[in-house]
Design a protein around this ligand. Structure first.
Ligand code: ACO
Length: 325
């Protein structure tokens, strides 16, 4: 009998400090940066985001989300035999945020590692966990997306600093006789490294380069719309399904206009799309599991429904996962 993987619990966590557009406009004005609620809402759909306190790390946010996902799945940290954390804002250069999370959870012993694919990170991590479960290498995985993106924002650059937020989302993925994850697609094209990057590093005890986010927003926008549609169609085709079979689209929450365009191409109305970008901003690898958990806990998304998760991000990376909840 074929072995599948299935999501048995979801959880998420947002740091308590909620920053509305009005708050951010006022803060930025103090350093001479002009923006407005109207511009941010019209171009992105974002109305608020959450920022973590200075001493809070990605693993702290991941821990809260993981605990909720474990509780929803009815299992204990010791029941987990694989931990994957998708993040571009790790606590340290090393060890991985997954190892730090493992220790905080008290789930020591199982394999734990990070996946770095920026905003596509959760789709990558879920696909890797699915493959490991299908192969028999794991039975019950904790897959987390966690970010403190506020740490890598350039608050002198109004074209990017208004877009991102902090948060974490998690799922428990278990071996199952029935699907579960139906199909997935992962891609990367390193020719586009420069359009979205944090071009800094650590060497000889010093930070080299520019360790803050830089983005060519229009180039990202144009690439994202086409690539997301291609990935969605390829994933559906792998599972012998069509766009009419999708109950919910749960996209990476970067910009409402990208989400609307993707939905339109898939002939889905916006009430079939889980939208959290208005309240969370772009939380990079955390955005898809945050939106998934939001959909589950608000009762929008029901067990047995077919979900298409998809994301694009720095790299350039992109991908999609089609699953039955
Ligand atoms: N407030 C006010 N005005 C602004 C702001 C701001 N915060 N930012 C830029 N502007 C101005 C610009 O200076 C420009 O003014 P000008 O015409 O006088 O030169 C004008 O607004 C238009 O700027 P554009 O860059 O053309 O605006 P655009 O409509 O392209 O929207 C945006 C910018 C929102 C960044 C959009 O391009 C976008 O969403 N891109 C995709 C981003 C994305 O999806 N990223 C996902 C991956 S993220 C990851 O992997 C980490």
């Amino acid at each position: 009998m074929r072995r599948y993987s299935r999501i048995t619990g979801t959880g998420s966590y947002l740091p308590p400090r909620r920053v509305t557009n009005a708050d951010l406009v006022a803060e930025l004005a103090q350093s001479g940066i002009q923006t407005s609620d109207e511009w941010i809402v019209e171009r992105t759909g974002i109305r608020a985001r959450h920022f973590a306190a200075p001493d809070v790390t990605s693993s702290d946010l991941a821990l809260e989300a993981a605990r909720k996902a474990l509780e929803a799945a009815g299992c204990q940290p010791q029941d987990i035999d694989l931990i994957i954390v998708a993040t571009s804002t790790p606590d340290m250069v090393f060890p991985s945020t997954a190892c730090i999370l493992q220790n905080k959870l008290g789930a020591n012993g199982c394999p734990a590692f990070d996946v770095q694919a920026v905003c596509s990170g959760f789709v990558y991590a879920l696909t890797v966990a699915d493959a490991m479960i299908q192969s028999g290498a794991a039975r019950r995985a904790l897959v987390v997306g966690a970010e403190v993106f506020s740490r890598i924002l350039d608050f002198q650059d109004r074209t990017t600093c208004v877009l991102f937020g902090d948060g974490a989302g998690a799922v428990v993925l278990e071996a199952s006789d029935t699907p579960g994850i139906l199909a997935s697609e992962l891609h990367a094209d390193g020719r586009y490294v420069d359009i979205l990057c944090v071009p800094g590093g650590v060497s000889g005890g010093e930070v080299l380069g520019h360790p803050l986010l830089k983005m060519d927003g229009q180039a990202v926008f144009k690439l994202a719309v086409g690539l997301l549609d291609k990935a969605a169609r390829a994933t559906l085709a792998k599972a012998n399904l069509t766009d009419a079979d999708i109950d919910w689209l749960i996209p990476h929450q970067a910009n409402i206009r990208i989400m609307q365009s993707t939905a339109r191409k898939l002939k889905l109305s916006m009430d079939k799309v889980v939208v959290t970008v208005d309240q969370h901003g772009n939380t990079s690898a955390a955005s898809i599991p945050l939106a998934l958990d939001h959909g589950v806990r608000t009762g929008q998304v029901q067990k047995g429904e077919t979900l298409l998760l998809e994301g694009v991000g720095g790299g350039f990376t992109w991908g999609a996962v089609l699953l039955k909840l």
